[in-house]
Design a protein around this ligand. Structure first.
Ligand SMILES: NC(=O)C1=CN([C@@H]2O[C@H](COP(=O)(O)OP(=O)(O)OC[C@H]3O[C@@H](n4cnc5c(N)ncnc54)[C@H](OP(=O)(O)O)[C@@H]3O)[C@@H](O)[C@H]2O)C=CC1
Ligand SMILES: O=C(CO)COP(=O)(O)O
Length: 308
């Protein structure tokens, strides 16, 4: 197989390694690349996008002018939300940007608990490939699976993609919880109620609730909320230590998509009156409208209610 990877950051480079190990011919493009985008995608069977959300639109518009085989499958690995709304007033997901630019091509989403540094160190991991086109998803599963990267297919691409994007907001909250040294009980409560928020938003959007209990939902939530390798976790942790967001981001290695995702999510929740109290406090914290301690108090003192 000929695989083109767009984006040579932490995740793009890791995916290059996984595809090469499986014996595929792999080319990679980034803005610093000596090769043009045209050279990199020439003859590609798979085009894997591992770009951060803010670059997706610009890369798509560059790719649109190039010629691709009609069988080329796009795989998006970006975990973010595009701020521009759809006709239903919902933010756009990366796969929707790819699909509307390339309507006749299969688009698949790769998402799961995949901290890139662990995979680069050769540790085993599992992930999910989801698409409306199940045949395409199965093809990608065969191409990228290995003894250290186990891939499951899933037929709820919306739920899989939303899980990967929304868990980043909760990872910021949990990073702050750990930064304040609030203990294991508090962390378990945040993760569990955070998952409830993800499901509330996801099912409003049209995703299946059960998808959020899988690898791309709960699985990724657990990975990012339990690892200091997670950039989103590091953002929350740094804020809890009294650093400003600017300081935290300037010291961060790579992208923390949860910062932008929180803003997009809160706009939707406000417009549609969806209850997302943890994400709301994360938003306030990022805007410096609340201290980490006051955010905890606000969550603990909400009106009493049933769990479900
Ligand atoms: N790291 C991880 O563990 C995982 C990350 N992800 C997701 O993958 C995506 C990328 O993450 P990661 O690799 O860690 O992030 P990095 O910050 O390491 O890399 C970001 C990549 O996006 C590219 N990029 C950013 N803006 C633009 C633009 N305007 N035009 C073209 N390219 C652009 C960068 O290109 P350049 O080098 O030219 O600046 C770089 O290749 C994120 O959405 C993340 O959530 C998913 C699973 C695991
Ligand atoms: O999505 C990831 C792991 O699955 C990476 O998380 P961070 O972007 O928070 O580092």
């Amino acid at each position: 197989m000929k695989v083109a990877v767009i984006g040579a950051g932490a995740w793009g480079s890791t995916l290059v390694g996984l595809a090469k190990e499986n014996g595929h011919s792999v080319k990679v493009w980034s803005r610093q690349s000596p090769h043009s985008l045209e050279q990199v995608i020439d003859g590609a069977n798979l085009v894997v996008s591992a770009i951060s959300m803010k670059g997706v639109r610009s890369v798509i518009s560059q790719l649109k002018s190039l010629s691709l085989s009609p069988d080329t499958i796009f795989i998006t690995a970006t975990k973010g939300l595009d701020p521009s709304g759809t006709e239903l007033n919902l933010p756009r997901l990366p796969s929707q940007l790819w699909q509307s630019a390339f309507p006749t091509h299969a688009v698949a989403i790769l998402s799961g608990p995949n901290l890139s540094k662990e995979i680069q160190h050769g540790l085993p991991a599992a992930s999910v490939i989801a698409s409306k086109n199940l045949e395409a998803a199965k093809q990608v599963q065969v191409v990228l699976s290995s003894s250290r990267f186990r891939i499951y297919t899933n037929s709820d691409p919306l739920g899989v993609e939303l899980g990967g994007a929304l868990k980043n907001v909760i990872a910021i909250a949990v990073g702050a919880c750990d930064g304040l040294q609030l203990g294991t009980n508090a962390k378990a409560a945040l993760v569990t109620r955070g998952l409830a928020e993800m499901i509330r938003i996801g099912t409003y959007w049209g995703a299946k609730a059960e998808t959020f209990y899988g690898l791309s939902g709960l699985g990724d939530l657990l990975a990012t909320c339990n690892s200091a390798l997670s950039r989103n976790y590091q953002v929350g942790y740094g804020l809890a230590q009294g650093k400003t967001l600017e300081e935290v981001l300037s010291q961060l290695e790579g992208t923390a998509e949860g910062v932008n995702t929180t803003h997009v999510l809160i706009r939707l929740a406000d417009q549609q009156n969806i209850s997302v109290p943890i994400s709301f406090q994360v938003h306030q914290l990022l805007q410096r409208e609340v201290t980490p301690q006051a955010a905890v108090a606000a969550l603990m003192l909400r009106d009493s209610k049933p769990e479900v």
